[in-house]
Ligand binder design. Structure first.
Ligand code: OAD
Ligand code: ZN
Length: 225
């Protein structure tokens, strides 16, 4: 059975990573959506660096939860028959044991040099403009995908959706494209696991409501029989 799983901020919510649209919503008076753009970075790079530096600094203090661990268990059993795609920029899937993760919106723990196009694993702040380890220029930015930029790995993900038997969407509001369209690209059965109804709920053949830490392990148990 070929399965494609898409995860969103809801899978990390119970680990203590704030979602984008559920919480009180504002960060220092800014809507996070207005910070996650190339225009915001051009206009006020310090503001954008501080936003991502804070989110990166939270990662060592949060732990993967039962939902992340269940997906790692699924990968261990299915191998290449599972494709895990995440919109999340945290590292909780990897820390739970998943080895193949398509980070379509990039990774918080990575920096990208816009001068020489090199990418580096990165745990420290970027606000003080550390030099690029490759070329030395002080042009590192968070290696995340901002609104208006092209998500990573879309060619392989689209291919897998066309070939899958089952597409499962976990903890995402279904508001941000292209991920919101995956349910339409899937040739297989479709299942949504979410705390509440999402924007795309009616497009799924089946939906289950509840916290990811309960729904995901239960679903993985079913698949593995
Ligand atoms: P959102 O914050 O938009 O949506 C979070 C979803 O998780 C909602 O549908 C909630 O119902 C659900 N949820 C919350 N707690 C949950 C729990 N404990 N168990 C299960 N579900 C739960 O986050 P995303 O859909 O991931 O992109 O947002 C998509 C993209 O928008 C992000 O990757 C980011 C953002 O702008 C970029 O920055 C490019
Ligand atoms: Zn460089």
């Amino acid at each position: 059975m070929n399965i494609v799983v898409l995860t969103g901020a809801g899978i990390s919510a119970e680990s203590g990573v704030p979602t984008f649209r559920d919480a009180d919503g504002l960060w220092e008076g800014h809507d996070p959506m207005t910070v996650a753009t190339p225009e915001a970075f051009a206009a006020d790079p310090d503001l954008v660096h501080r936003f991502y530096d804070e989110r990166r600094a939270v990662l060592p203090r949060v732990q993967p939860n039962a939902a992340h661990r269940a997906l790692a268990r699924l990968e261990a059993a299915l191998g290449d028959d599972l494709h895990l795609v995440t919109q999340n920029v945290d590292d909780l899937h990897e820390r739970a044991g998943s080895r193949q993760v398509h980070h379509m919106h990039g990774r918080l723990r990575a920096a990208w040099c816009t001068a020489c196009d090199s990418r580096h694993d990165w745990g420290d702040p970027l606000l003080d403009r550390p030099p690029c380890p490759t070329c030395g220029s002080r042009t590192l930015r968070p290696d995340v995908v901002w609104f208006g930029e092209v998500p990573h790995d879309m060619d392989v993900v689209e291919e897998r959706l066309w070939a899958c038997d089952l597409f499962v969407s976990i903890g995402t509001s279904g508001l941000v494209h292209p991920a919101a369209a995956f349910v339409h690209w899937s040739r297989g059965d479709t299942l949504e696991l979410n705390l509440d109804a999402s924007a795309g709920s009616t497009d799924f053949a089946r939906s289950r409501r509840g916290p990811a830490t309960e729904l995901v392990p239960a679903w993985v148990d079913e698949v593995l029989g």
